[in-house]
Design a protein around this ligand. Structure first.
Ligand code: R5P
Length: 292
């Protein structure tokens, strides 16, 4: 097996290759003067099972992934499995208004059409761990919340886990179970793209070390608002873990309102303290031929 990675996920790709004892492919990726993407595989893909690990936080990353998947087929790979830990456009998974593009479906169509299987990590439009169908296309969804739970378990004395909204509810509840601590969720109402209001539900967080677990932080609006509300409730500390650290408005504003902030390496950030490489490697080690 050969592991390829996109430029946004090179460190993760390398870790997955190490975990699988596989070759990490040598790829030349650069830009033409007009901004178009140039790709060349210096590794031989012919007759090989190729695993392509690449998140798509931006349009260029998506183009790179699509070019790479198609290239590997052209080069005669025996199998091309796509691991897209963070799938861009995943929040446009329905038409919120008539006439809108169903972008999540389109992106998945591109990746799925050029690969033998698609695997993701806490994909926003899927409900839990396992194999799901989305508009007729199969996606295997891995859950990194247990890894976040493990990371914070050793750092917080008497934590209480909070899901900032219903989206991450089941994942966070399961993480709380693993940590052997209490759990609650907040009620969230989105006012605009980066404005939300949240309300505490039942639990008294006074004097407790709160751990907010979410699938992603994008603008940071949700977590910032949740941290404010929890501090008003006299939480002893407010800590945040997320799988995908998108940070479209930068990380500083979020970091400033919490005690500890960590994310995984589905997107490579300065605070990517938790690696999903073992999760990905395990998925391919145990079921090399049976994933969708
Ligand atoms: C929503 O359902 C998700 O779980 C996240 O809470 C949300 O996407 C975070 O977005 P933002 O950081 O822009 O508030």
């Amino acid at each position: 097996m050969i592991v390829y990675s996109g430029t946004s996920t090179t460190a993760l790709g390398r870790r997955v290759a190490e975990g699988l004892g596989a070759v990490f492919a040598d790829v030349e990726a650069r830009r033409f003067p007009d901004g178009e993407t140039y790709l060349r595989s210096r590794s031989t893909a012919e007759g090989e099972d190729c695993l392509v690990v690449s998140s798509t936080p931006g349009n260029d990353d998506l183009v790179e992934l699509v070019l790479l998947l198609d290239l590997l087929r052209d080069l005669g790979a025996s199998r091309v499995d796509a691991v897209v830990p963070y799938i861009g456009y995943s929040r446009q998974d329905r038409r919120f208004m008539a006439g809108e593009a169903l972008s999540a479906k389109t992106v998945l169509k591109l990746v799925s059409g050029l690969s033998d299987s698609v695997t993701s990590v806490n994909c926003h439009f899927l409900d839990g761990e396992g194999v799901y169908e989305f508009h007729g296309m199969k996606v295997k969804n891995l859950d990194a919340f247990p890894l976040l739970a493990e990371y914070f378990a050793g750092k917080l004395e008497k934590p209480v886990v909070i899901a900032p909204d219903r989206g991450s509810l089941d994942y966070a509840r399961n993480a709380a179970k693993l940590m052997g601590c209490e759990f609650d969720f907040l009620r969230k109402k989105r006012l605009s793209g980066d404005e939300v209001v949240v309300e505490v539900k039942d639990l008294d967080v006074g004097g407790r070390d709160v751990l907010i677990l979410d699938d992603m932080i994008s603008t940071g609006g949700t977590v910032i608002e949740a941290a404010k509300v929890l501090r008003d409730q006299d939480a002893a500390s407010v800590n945040v873990g997320c799988v995908h650290g998108v940070f479209s408005h930068g990380m500083e504003k979020v970091a400033a309102c919490v005690d500890m902030l960590a994310c995984t390496d589905t997107l490579e950030r300065g605070i990517s303290e938790v690696s999903v490489s073992g999760l990905v490697a395990d998925a391919f080690r145990r079921h090399p031929r049976t994933i969708p």
